[in-house]
Design a protein around this ligand. Sequence first.
Ligand code: PLP
Length: 391
Amino acid sequence: MPRYVYLDHAATTPLDPQVWQAMKPYCLDVFGNPNSLHLFGDEADEAVQQAKGDILHLLGAKQGKIVLTSGGTEANNLALMGIAQTYKHQGRHMVISAIEHDSVLSTCASLAKQGFTIHYVPADRTGRVRLDELEQALTEETILVSVMHANNETGVIQPIEDIGRLLQAKRLKQGTKTPFFHCDAVQTVGKIPIQVDEWNIDLLSFSAHKFYGPKGVGGLYVQKGIRLSPLLHGGGQEYGWRSGTQNVPGLIGAACALKQCQAHHDQDWQHYTALNHMMRETLESLPGIHLTVSAAYALPTHIHFRCERIEGQALMQELSKRGVAVSTSSACHARHWAPSHVMLAMGFSDEQAKQAVRISLGRNITKEDIHYVLNQIEDIVRTFRNSYVLS
Ligand SMILES: Cc1ncc(COP(=O)(O)O)c(C=O)c1O
Protein backbone atom coordinates (compact mmCIF):
# COMPACT_ATOMS: atom_id res chain seq x y z
CA MET A 1 0.00 0.00 0.00
CA PRO A 2 1.57 3.32 -0.95
CA ARG A 3 1.48 6.13 1.54
CA TYR A 4 -0.37 9.20 0.26
CA VAL A 5 1.55 12.43 0.75
CA TYR A 6 0.30 15.71 -0.64
CA LEU A 7 3.23 18.09 -1.16
CA ASP A 8 1.59 20.60 -3.47
CA HIS A 9 0.25 23.16 -0.99
CA ALA A 10 1.42 26.05 -3.16
CA ALA A 11 -1.18 24.87 -5.71
CA THR A 12 -3.96 24.58 -3.16
CA THR A 13 -4.61 23.59 0.47
CA PRO A 14 -7.39 21.55 2.07
CA LEU A 15 -10.13 23.49 3.86
CA ASP A 16 -9.44 23.95 7.57
CA PRO A 17 -12.34 22.21 9.41
CA GLN A 18 -12.72 25.28 11.67
CA VAL A 19 -13.13 27.42 8.56
CA TRP A 20 -15.88 25.11 7.34
CA GLN A 21 -17.64 25.45 10.71
CA ALA A 22 -17.45 29.25 10.39
CA MET A 23 -18.83 29.16 6.84
CA LYS A 24 -21.68 26.71 7.41
CA PRO A 25 -24.20 29.09 9.03
CA TYR A 26 -23.75 31.46 6.08
CA CYS A 27 -24.66 28.66 3.65
CA LEU A 28 -27.69 27.43 5.62
CA ASP A 29 -29.14 30.11 7.89
CA VAL A 30 -27.77 33.57 7.17
CA PHE A 31 -28.39 33.25 3.45
CA GLY A 32 -29.66 36.76 2.69
CA ASN A 33 -28.29 38.83 -0.16
CA PRO A 34 -26.08 41.48 1.47
CA ASN A 35 -27.41 44.04 -1.01
CA SER A 36 -31.05 43.51 -0.01
CA LEU A 37 -32.57 46.31 2.05
CA HIS A 38 -34.34 44.14 4.60
CA LEU A 39 -33.37 42.36 7.80
CA PHE A 40 -32.04 39.26 6.00
CA GLY A 41 -29.89 41.46 3.80
CA ASP A 42 -28.72 43.54 6.77
CA GLU A 43 -27.63 40.44 8.64
CA ALA A 44 -25.54 39.22 5.71
CA ASP A 45 -24.15 42.70 5.06
CA GLU A 46 -23.06 43.02 8.68
CA ALA A 47 -21.11 39.78 8.35
CA VAL A 48 -19.54 41.00 5.10
CA GLN A 49 -18.43 44.30 6.65
CA GLN A 50 -17.08 42.54 9.73
CA ALA A 51 -15.08 40.02 7.63
CA LYS A 52 -13.67 42.75 5.38
CA GLY A 53 -12.68 44.79 8.44
CA ASP A 54 -10.92 41.76 9.89
CA ILE A 55 -9.03 41.13 6.64
CA LEU A 56 -8.01 44.79 6.34
CA HIS A 57 -6.69 44.69 9.89
CA LEU A 58 -4.82 41.40 9.30
CA LEU A 59 -3.16 42.89 6.21
CA GLY A 60 -1.90 45.86 8.21
CA ALA A 61 -4.21 48.45 6.63
CA LYS A 62 -5.75 51.25 8.67
CA GLN A 63 -7.91 52.38 5.76
CA GLY A 64 -8.72 51.25 2.25
CA LYS A 65 -11.03 48.63 0.81
CA ILE A 66 -11.17 44.90 0.25
CA VAL A 67 -12.79 44.02 -3.07
CA LEU A 68 -14.07 40.48 -3.04
CA THR A 69 -13.05 38.50 -6.14
CA SER A 70 -13.14 34.90 -7.33
CA GLY A 71 -9.49 34.46 -6.38
CA GLY A 72 -5.97 35.59 -7.16
CA THR A 73 -6.35 35.57 -10.94
CA GLU A 74 -9.28 37.97 -10.89
CA ALA A 75 -7.66 40.17 -8.24
CA ASN A 76 -4.53 40.50 -10.42
CA ASN A 77 -6.60 41.23 -13.54
CA LEU A 78 -8.63 43.85 -11.68
CA ALA A 79 -5.52 45.55 -10.28
CA LEU A 80 -3.70 45.79 -13.60
CA MET A 81 -6.62 46.43 -15.92
CA GLY A 82 -8.38 48.64 -13.40
CA ILE A 83 -5.38 50.93 -12.95
CA ALA A 84 -4.49 50.91 -16.65
CA GLN A 85 -7.94 52.05 -17.77
CA THR A 86 -8.36 54.65 -15.03
CA TYR A 87 -4.92 56.25 -15.11
CA LYS A 88 -3.91 55.87 -18.76
CA HIS A 89 -4.13 59.65 -19.26
CA GLN A 90 -1.16 59.92 -16.87
CA GLY A 91 0.98 57.39 -18.74
CA ARG A 92 0.86 54.08 -20.54
CA HIS A 93 3.92 52.51 -18.99
CA MET A 94 4.09 49.66 -16.45
CA VAL A 95 7.00 47.86 -14.82
CA ILE A 96 6.48 44.17 -14.03
CA SER A 97 8.80 41.43 -12.85
CA ALA A 98 9.52 38.69 -15.38
CA ILE A 99 8.78 36.00 -12.78
CA GLU A 100 5.14 36.97 -12.14
CA HIS A 101 2.30 34.47 -12.22
CA ASP A 102 0.58 33.97 -15.58
CA SER A 103 -2.45 35.92 -14.37
CA VAL A 104 -0.22 39.01 -14.29
CA LEU A 105 1.86 38.20 -17.37
CA SER A 106 -1.16 37.43 -19.56
CA THR A 107 -2.95 40.57 -18.41
CA CYS A 108 0.16 42.56 -19.35
CA ALA A 109 0.25 40.88 -22.77
CA SER A 110 -3.33 42.01 -23.28
CA LEU A 111 -2.47 45.57 -22.14
CA ALA A 112 0.48 45.64 -24.54
CA LYS A 113 -1.97 44.94 -27.40
CA GLN A 114 -3.96 47.96 -26.21
CA GLY A 115 -0.92 50.23 -26.56
CA PHE A 116 0.66 50.03 -23.11
CA THR A 117 4.41 49.59 -22.83
CA ILE A 118 5.39 46.91 -20.35
CA HIS A 119 8.92 46.71 -19.04
CA TYR A 120 9.80 43.24 -17.69
CA VAL A 121 12.45 43.19 -14.98
CA PRO A 122 14.47 39.95 -14.75
CA ALA A 123 15.47 38.10 -11.60
CA ASP A 124 19.02 37.28 -10.57
CA ARG A 125 20.31 33.76 -9.92
CA THR A 126 19.04 33.91 -6.32
CA GLY A 127 15.50 34.25 -7.71
CA ARG A 128 15.06 37.86 -6.61
CA VAL A 129 13.92 40.64 -8.88
CA ARG A 130 16.75 43.00 -9.83
CA LEU A 131 16.09 46.22 -7.91
CA ASP A 132 18.67 48.22 -9.87
CA GLU A 133 16.96 47.33 -13.17
CA LEU A 134 13.56 48.05 -11.71
CA GLU A 135 14.66 51.52 -10.63
CA GLN A 136 16.18 52.25 -14.03
CA ALA A 137 13.02 51.13 -15.80
CA LEU A 138 10.83 53.73 -14.06
CA THR A 139 9.83 56.79 -16.06
CA GLU A 140 7.47 59.67 -15.38
CA GLU A 141 4.93 57.79 -17.48
CA THR A 142 5.00 54.69 -15.23
CA ILE A 143 1.58 54.29 -13.67
CA LEU A 144 2.03 50.89 -12.05
CA VAL A 145 4.75 48.57 -10.74
CA SER A 146 3.72 44.99 -10.05
CA VAL A 147 6.00 42.59 -8.17
CA MET A 148 4.84 39.47 -6.35
CA HIS A 149 5.63 38.93 -2.68
CA ALA A 150 6.93 35.37 -3.06
CA ASN A 151 7.30 33.43 -6.25
CA ASN A 152 4.92 30.51 -6.59
CA GLU A 153 7.53 28.18 -8.10
CA THR A 154 10.72 28.87 -6.17
CA GLY A 155 9.15 30.40 -3.05
CA VAL A 156 11.72 33.20 -3.18
CA ILE A 157 10.59 36.25 -1.20
CA GLN A 158 10.97 39.45 -3.18
CA PRO A 159 12.36 42.74 -1.82
CA ILE A 160 8.96 44.37 -1.70
CA GLU A 161 9.71 46.65 1.24
CA ASP A 162 12.63 48.10 -0.74
CA ILE A 163 10.42 48.49 -3.81
CA GLY A 164 7.73 50.19 -1.72
CA ARG A 165 10.27 52.67 -0.33
CA LEU A 166 11.73 53.32 -3.78
CA LEU A 167 8.32 54.07 -5.28
CA GLN A 168 7.30 56.26 -2.36
CA ALA A 169 10.47 58.34 -2.86
CA LYS A 170 9.78 58.55 -6.61
CA ARG A 171 6.20 59.74 -6.04
CA LEU A 172 7.32 62.38 -3.55
CA LYS A 173 10.02 63.61 -5.92
CA GLN A 174 7.60 63.79 -8.84
CA GLY A 175 4.74 65.15 -6.75
CA THR A 176 2.43 62.50 -8.24
CA LYS A 177 0.24 59.66 -6.94
CA THR A 178 1.73 57.29 -9.52
CA PRO A 179 3.43 54.89 -9.93
CA PHE A 180 1.16 52.73 -7.80
CA PHE A 181 2.55 49.54 -6.30
CA HIS A 182 0.65 46.30 -6.80
CA CYS A 183 1.81 43.16 -5.05
CA ASP A 184 0.54 39.67 -5.84
CA ALA A 185 0.74 38.16 -2.36
CA VAL A 186 -1.19 34.99 -3.20
CA GLN A 187 1.68 32.81 -1.97
CA THR A 188 2.39 34.74 1.23
CA VAL A 189 -0.93 35.88 2.72
CA GLY A 190 -1.48 33.42 5.57
CA LYS A 191 2.23 32.63 5.76
CA ILE A 192 3.93 36.00 6.29
CA PRO A 193 2.18 38.72 8.33
CA ILE A 194 1.54 41.46 5.75
CA GLN A 195 1.90 45.17 6.50
CA VAL A 196 0.50 47.07 3.49
CA ASP A 197 0.69 50.50 5.15
CA GLU A 198 4.21 50.08 6.46
CA TRP A 199 5.43 48.59 3.16
CA ASN A 200 3.83 51.31 0.96
CA ILE A 201 1.69 48.83 -0.98
CA ASP A 202 -1.26 50.32 -2.86
CA LEU A 203 -2.92 47.16 -4.16
CA LEU A 204 -2.50 43.59 -2.92
CA SER A 205 -3.98 40.34 -4.24
CA PHE A 206 -4.79 37.27 -2.16
CA SER A 207 -6.59 33.97 -2.60
CA ALA A 208 -8.22 31.99 0.22
CA HIS A 209 -7.57 28.48 -1.09
CA LYS A 210 -3.83 29.01 -0.66
CA PHE A 211 -4.22 29.42 3.11
CA TYR A 212 -6.72 26.70 4.07
CA GLY A 213 -9.76 28.71 3.03
CA PRO A 214 -12.34 27.91 0.34
CA LYS A 215 -11.61 27.85 -3.40
CA GLY A 216 -13.05 30.50 -5.69
CA VAL A 217 -12.66 33.33 -3.16
CA GLY A 218 -10.02 36.00 -2.97
CA GLY A 219 -9.67 39.70 -2.92
CA LEU A 220 -7.85 42.84 -3.78
CA TYR A 221 -6.81 45.32 -1.14
CA VAL A 222 -7.07 48.84 -2.55
CA GLN A 223 -5.57 51.80 -0.75
CA LYS A 224 -7.85 54.73 0.08
CA GLY A 225 -8.11 57.26 -2.74
CA ILE A 226 -7.26 54.88 -5.59
CA ARG A 227 -9.83 54.54 -8.35
CA LEU A 228 -10.31 51.46 -10.53
CA SER A 229 -12.20 50.63 -13.70
CA PRO A 230 -14.34 47.52 -13.24
CA LEU A 231 -13.89 44.25 -15.11
CA LEU A 232 -17.46 43.15 -14.38
CA HIS A 233 -20.41 45.45 -14.97
CA GLY A 234 -23.85 45.12 -13.43
CA GLY A 235 -25.45 46.03 -10.13
CA GLY A 236 -22.52 48.08 -8.89
CA GLN A 237 -21.61 45.89 -5.90
CA GLU A 238 -18.15 46.07 -4.35
CA TYR A 239 -17.85 49.86 -4.71
CA GLY A 240 -18.82 49.55 -8.38
CA TRP A 241 -15.59 47.65 -9.13
CA ARG A 242 -16.97 44.12 -9.18
CA SER A 243 -20.66 43.68 -9.83
CA GLY A 244 -22.45 40.53 -8.78
CA THR A 245 -23.86 39.18 -5.52
CA GLN A 246 -21.03 38.55 -3.09
CA ASN A 247 -19.94 35.06 -2.05
CA VAL A 248 -20.76 35.59 1.62
CA PRO A 249 -19.80 32.14 2.98
CA GLY A 250 -16.58 32.33 0.97
CA LEU A 251 -15.66 35.70 2.42
CA ILE A 252 -16.43 34.51 5.97
CA GLY A 253 -14.23 31.48 5.27
CA ALA A 254 -11.38 33.63 3.92
CA ALA A 255 -11.42 35.87 7.00
CA CYS A 256 -11.57 32.92 9.39
CA ALA A 257 -8.75 31.09 7.55
CA LEU A 258 -6.54 34.16 7.70
CA LYS A 259 -7.20 34.58 11.43
CA GLN A 260 -6.29 30.94 12.01
CA CYS A 261 -3.08 31.31 10.01
CA GLN A 262 -2.10 34.43 11.91
CA ALA A 263 -2.84 32.74 15.26
CA HIS A 264 -0.68 29.70 14.40
CA HIS A 265 2.00 31.55 12.49
CA ASP A 266 5.00 30.91 14.75
CA GLN A 267 4.18 27.26 15.26
CA ASP A 268 3.58 26.68 11.51
CA TRP A 269 6.75 28.53 10.53
CA GLN A 270 8.84 26.39 12.89
CA HIS A 271 7.21 23.23 11.59
CA TYR A 272 7.90 24.15 7.95
CA THR A 273 11.45 25.23 8.71
CA ALA A 274 12.29 21.92 10.41
CA LEU A 275 10.81 19.81 7.57
CA ASN A 276 12.38 22.05 4.94
CA HIS A 277 15.80 21.65 6.51
CA MET A 278 15.40 17.88 6.63
CA MET A 279 14.47 17.70 2.97
CA ARG A 280 17.16 20.04 1.74
CA GLU A 281 19.88 18.24 3.65
CA THR A 282 19.02 14.87 2.09
CA LEU A 283 18.31 16.19 -1.40
CA GLU A 284 21.62 18.04 -1.45
CA SER A 285 23.46 14.86 -0.58
CA LEU A 286 21.99 12.92 -3.52
CA PRO A 287 24.18 12.82 -6.64
CA GLY A 288 22.93 14.98 -9.52
CA ILE A 289 20.30 16.84 -7.47
CA HIS A 290 20.65 20.60 -7.21
CA LEU A 291 18.61 22.89 -5.01
CA THR A 292 17.60 25.84 -7.17
CA VAL A 293 17.46 28.58 -4.54
CA SER A 294 18.89 29.20 -1.09
CA ALA A 295 16.71 28.58 1.97
CA ALA A 296 17.80 32.02 3.18
CA TYR A 297 15.70 33.71 0.48
CA ALA A 298 12.71 31.39 0.22
CA LEU A 299 9.53 30.59 2.10
CA PRO A 300 10.10 27.57 4.35
CA THR A 301 7.11 25.90 2.67
CA HIS A 302 8.94 25.62 -0.67
CA ILE A 303 11.68 23.26 -1.82
CA HIS A 304 12.64 23.76 -5.44
CA PHE A 305 15.20 21.51 -7.07
CA ARG A 306 16.29 19.90 -10.30
CA CYS A 307 17.75 16.56 -11.06
CA GLU A 308 20.37 16.30 -13.78
CA ARG A 309 19.23 14.38 -16.89
CA ILE A 310 15.74 13.70 -15.48
CA GLU A 311 12.81 15.79 -16.58
CA GLY A 312 10.71 17.19 -13.74
CA GLN A 313 7.58 15.89 -15.43
CA ALA A 314 8.91 12.30 -15.35
CA LEU A 315 9.89 12.56 -11.70
CA MET A 316 6.51 14.05 -10.81
CA GLN A 317 4.60 11.28 -12.61
CA GLU A 318 6.65 8.52 -11.00
CA LEU A 319 6.13 10.06 -7.56
CA SER A 320 2.41 10.27 -8.27
CA LYS A 321 2.34 6.51 -8.95
CA ARG A 322 3.84 6.08 -5.50
CA GLY A 323 1.20 8.25 -3.81
CA VAL A 324 3.17 11.50 -3.67
CA ALA A 325 1.93 14.78 -5.16
CA VAL A 326 4.51 17.40 -6.15
CA SER A 327 4.58 19.93 -8.97
CA THR A 328 6.91 20.64 -11.85
CA SER A 329 6.20 24.28 -12.37
CA SER A 330 3.19 26.29 -11.25
CA ALA A 331 0.10 24.09 -11.06
CA CYS A 332 -1.62 26.13 -13.74
CA HIS A 333 1.11 24.95 -16.14
CA ALA A 334 0.99 21.32 -15.20
CA ARG A 335 -0.94 20.12 -18.23
CA HIS A 336 0.86 22.43 -20.59
CA TRP A 337 4.50 21.44 -20.59
CA ALA A 338 6.96 24.22 -21.34
CA PRO A 339 10.14 25.22 -19.55
CA SER A 340 9.41 27.32 -16.48
CA HIS A 341 9.54 31.05 -17.35
CA VAL A 342 10.73 31.66 -13.78
CA MET A 343 13.78 29.44 -14.22
CA LEU A 344 14.49 31.01 -17.62
CA ALA A 345 14.23 34.52 -16.12
CA MET A 346 16.76 33.44 -13.46
CA GLY A 347 19.22 32.48 -16.18
CA PHE A 348 18.82 28.68 -16.26
CA SER A 349 18.91 26.87 -19.62
CA ASP A 350 15.82 25.33 -21.25
CA GLU A 351 17.02 21.88 -20.28
CA GLN A 352 17.62 22.84 -16.65
CA ALA A 353 14.27 24.63 -16.48
CA LYS A 354 12.50 21.44 -17.63
CA GLN A 355 14.13 19.54 -14.78
CA ALA A 356 12.58 21.75 -12.07
CA VAL A 357 10.42 20.19 -9.37
CA ARG A 358 8.55 22.03 -6.62
CA ILE A 359 7.69 20.53 -3.27
CA SER A 360 5.39 22.65 -1.11
CA LEU A 361 4.79 21.74 2.51
CA GLY A 362 1.61 22.02 4.52
CA ARG A 363 0.46 21.97 8.14
CA ASN A 364 -0.39 18.29 8.30
CA ILE A 365 2.84 16.93 6.85
CA THR A 366 4.87 14.83 9.26
CA LYS A 367 8.53 13.83 9.50
CA GLU A 368 7.47 10.30 8.55
CA ASP A 369 5.88 11.65 5.36
CA ILE A 370 9.12 13.43 4.51
CA HIS A 371 11.18 10.28 5.14
CA TYR A 372 8.88 8.32 2.86
CA VAL A 373 9.10 10.92 0.07
CA LEU A 374 12.87 11.25 0.30
CA ASN A 375 13.22 7.46 0.05
CA GLN A 376 10.99 7.46 -3.02
CA ILE A 377 12.95 10.25 -4.70
CA GLU A 378 16.23 8.48 -4.00
CA ASP A 379 14.87 5.23 -5.42
CA ILE A 380 13.36 6.85 -8.53
CA VAL A 381 16.53 8.76 -9.31
CA ARG A 382 18.62 5.59 -8.95
CA THR A 383 16.23 3.57 -11.13
CA PHE A 384 16.07 6.23 -13.84
CA ARG A 385 19.82 6.55 -13.94
CA ASN A 386 20.28 2.79 -14.20
CA SER A 387 17.62 2.12 -16.82
CA TYR A 388 16.52 4.97 -19.03
CA VAL A 389 18.15 8.35 -19.14
CA LEU A 390 15.56 10.87 -20.19
CA SER A 391 17.35 13.86 -21.53
C1 PLP B 1 1.45 33.87 -7.22
C2 PLP B 1 0.08 33.50 -7.68
N1 PLP B 1 -0.73 34.44 -8.16
C3 PLP B 1 -1.98 34.16 -8.58
C4 PLP B 1 -2.46 32.88 -8.55
C5 PLP B 1 -3.86 32.61 -9.02
O1 PLP B 1 -4.70 32.40 -7.92
P1 PLP B 1 -6.15 31.71 -8.07
O2 PLP B 1 -5.89 30.25 -8.23
O3 PLP B 1 -6.85 32.02 -6.80
O4 PLP B 1 -6.78 32.33 -9.24
C6 PLP B 1 -1.65 31.83 -8.08
C7 PLP B 1 -2.12 30.44 -8.09
O5 PLP B 1 -1.36 29.50 -8.20
C8 PLP B 1 -0.34 32.16 -7.61
O6 PLP B 1 0.46 31.22 -7.12
